[in-house]
Design a binder for this molecule. Structure first.
Ligand code: FES
Length: 101
């Protein structure tokens, strides 16, 4: 299913927005004019990821530094075999932001 998030012009200047969609808390992040979305719960010990650092193609949890691939959610830590949910975000011709769950 696809849900409208907001108009691009209404996206917070902080570059982060947390939404509750279908019972899931989801972080929508804007970095260098690109939008990304991922679950707001680190697979390690459930830290909220709204403060996570986005660096190149990675999401870094600020609690213990676990790193996840921004495109597929794969955990890049050697000993962790887990996945972070990643969602598809699109911008339509009216500059409205949509998320696919
Ligand atoms: S809770 Fe995210 S790395 Fe520990």
């Amino acid at each position: 299913m696809i849900f409208k998030v907001c108009a691009k012009k209404d996206f917070p200047k902080s570059g982060r927005l947390v939404c509750e969609i279908e019972g899931e808390s989801i972080v929508i992040a804007c970095e260098k004019s690109k939008f990304f979305a991922f679950e707001n719960k680190c697979p390690h010990v459930k830290a909220p990821l709204r403060e996570a650092i986005l660096y190149k193609n990675e999401i870094i949890c600020v609690w213990h530094g676990w790193i996840f691939n921004l495109k597929n959610g794969k955990c890049l830590n050697e000993k962790a075999d887990c996945l972070l949910k990643i969602y598809k975000v699109t911008l339509d011709k009216n500059d409205d932001l949509w998320i696919e769950i």
